[in-house]
Design a protein around this ligand. Sequence first.
Ligand SMILES: Nc1ncnc2[nH]cnc12
Ligand SMILES: [Zn+2]
Length: 346
Amino acid sequence: MSSVPSIPAERLPELLRAMPKAELHMHIEGSLEPELIFAMSQRNGVAIPYASVEELRQAYAFTNLQSFLDIYYAGASVLITQQDFHDMAWAYLQKAKADNVVHAELFFDPQTHTARGVAMQVVIEGLHSACVRAGTELGVDASLILCFLRHLSEEDAFATLEQALPFRDKFIGVGLDSSEVGHPPEKFARVFARCRELGLHLVAHAGEEGPPEYVWTALDLLKVERVDHGVQSSKDPQLMQRLARDRIPLTVCPLSNLKLCVFPSLDQHNIRALLDAGLVVTVNSDDPAYFGGYVNDNFLQTFAATGLTAAQAYTLAANSFEASFADAGQKKRWREQLDAAFARFA
Ligand SMILES: Nc1ncnc2[nH]cnc12
Ligand SMILES: [Zn+2]
């Protein structure tokens, strides 16, 4: 689209909901709603230290990333069977469909499960079957990205990769998540090099709470194709130039940043500065069950707080397709759908 049609401000929320988009940064274990945690805890006989759904929800008052991760890993402990993994992913994919997500790349944390004795096959096949079902029943294209937990050793990451390789056709890439500060990207340089040889796509969380140096090393040592979060990059003008020049996408998660106190309020989020610097910014939900909203909530609340425009909405949706790991023909078709959606609002 050569120029984005002018759209009345009052129709912007409707447009944000209706426009097709890709979601590239969401942890499937972070989509587990309290109701589902309780249902699975009962059906699997796994005790959780909360008396009710309300009590669990009240615990969602985070001060930083670690305070969230402690509860997030506790929540994931109710997942035992292949059906559990399927049900969790299916619930998310139905919500994604309702938000007009046409393509989703789902992170999963196998070490959280294999460390409890759940087999890798149970995790991957449960999630993968939901992705296949989303394609046929919802028309949502979905794929999986295996994340290594960075608070664990690189040796553990290598063992996890070995366990996952029999299912190599069921995930498209690897990522790096969990506690960032004190666990720099270089800790995982060898396992990422191996994944690169295997033809896997590479992404990593960097610059969420950690310094710009972690973004540099994610790029130069891990050779990632996208940076998850990356919001701390704005502290380093040279890094901003590098990200813009190489069109390295940032998968930004505004409500996550708000809930984990990365920014004191949404109107102080730096998304506009990142866009103005020409970076390939995308909007995502990270852990929607914990951070108060799915991807459309992220768009709506961010636009309301920061005053971003319809032209910026177009850029963000177009960026989400560009930054995805889909093939070029598919990206072109989504871009045409995006243009058609904007034309309807003109
Ligand atoms: N926001 C986040 N940062 C790092 N690891 C995560 N795992 C789930 N959500 C995460
Ligand atoms: Zn994340």
